[in-house]
Structure formats: C-alpha cells, structure tokens
Design a protein around this ligand. Structure first.
Ligand SMILES: [Ca+2]
Ligand SMILES: [Ca+2]
Length: 97
C-alpha cells in the first residue's frame, strides 16, 4: 500500500471517529442548496449554503471554497468536486456535532 493511501485511510479513521455522520450531512446540505437543480453549486448557491452552516462571511467562504474545490475551473462545484468541498468545509470546522 502506498504511503499516501495509508495517510488518507488514517485521516479518514480520525475524522470518522470524531464525527461519523457529518460529512454525509454536509454533502446533503450543500446539494440542498442547488436551488436551480442543475447539479452544480454556483457561488450564490454556495454562499447560501455557508450562510445556512453559520459562516460569518458567507461570501468570502464561498469564494475560498470554489477556489479550493473547483477542479475543472468552470466556476461551479459539480458532483465530483463536492468531495473536495466537503473536505474543505470539514477542515474549517463546518460540521454537525
Ligand atoms: Ca445550481
Ligand atoms: Ca467545477
């Protein structure tokens, strides 16, 4: 097993111990903010999602989240990219404890 994979696995164990349901809930929360139902989260939709999660500056947080998660650089977060978005949000302490 590659070291990177082991690190990833360990990270997951630590995270899941701390908060087993939160990643799934975060994902659901983000997807629930896809208001126009196109399967992508644009900046406005993300802003609302972060507002719902209690971000103090949702606009800033949404911008940073897109910068971090938007792998194909189309300016929105699709279903593949939402994993990155969830890990970003988890990293910054957005969770359902
Ligand atoms: Ca959308
Ligand atoms: Ca994208």
């Amino acid at each position: 097993m590659a070291w990177g994979k082991i690190q990833k696995a360990l990270k997951w164990v630590v995270k899941s111990k701390k908060n087993p349901l939160s990643e799934e809930q975060l994902r659901n929360t983000f997807m629930a903010h896809d208001k126009n139902g196109d399967g992508h989260l644009d900046k406005e939709e993300l802003k609302e999602a972060f507002r719902a999660l209690g971000a103090r500056i949702p606009c800033y947080r949404a911008g940073r989240a897109i910068y971090y998660s938007d792998i194909d650089l189309d300016g929105t977060i699709n279903e593949d990219e939402i994993d990155h978005l969830v890990s970003y949000a988890t990293h910054y302490g957005y969770s359902f404890n």
